[in-house]
Design a protein around this ligand. Structure first.
Ligand SMILES: [Zn+2]
Length: 105
């Protein structure tokens, strides 16, 4: 499940339930379950990856807009040739090192 956090101070929604609010720095907040749905805004294929991910290249990273009003970047389990802007994506898994992973809905 994909989780966000609702800030106790400014009431804004963000990702990373375990971290301070990126808008106001408050530690207070509560975890909220996100739908796991998203729309593809943009994407890129990483062919020359940073050191620890070098062996995984090429891989695709997308910018997604979630119906909750958040944007995030996530790895995509998809053929980049088959992607299109506005496409529906769904949350696949949360990798501790790589963050959320999405695939076509
Ligand atoms: Zn806040």
């Amino acid at each position: 499940m994909l989780q966000g956090r609702r800030c106790a101070e400014c009431d804004k929604l963000s990702l990373d339930a375990g971290r301070p609010c990126p808008f106001c720095g408050s530690q207070g907040g509560s975890a909220v379950a996100l739908s796991g749905r998203g729309r593809l805004v943009s994407w890129t294929v990483i062919r020359v990856a940073p050191g620890r991910y070098a062996a995984e290249a090429p891989y695709t990273v997308g910018l997604l807009e979630l119906p909750e009003g958040l944007r995030l970047t996530a790895r995509l389990e998809a053929d980049p040739e088959q992607l299109s802007a506005g496409q529906a994506l769904t949350f696949a898994s949360l990798d501790p090192a790589r963050g959320p992973i999405f695939r076509p809905a």
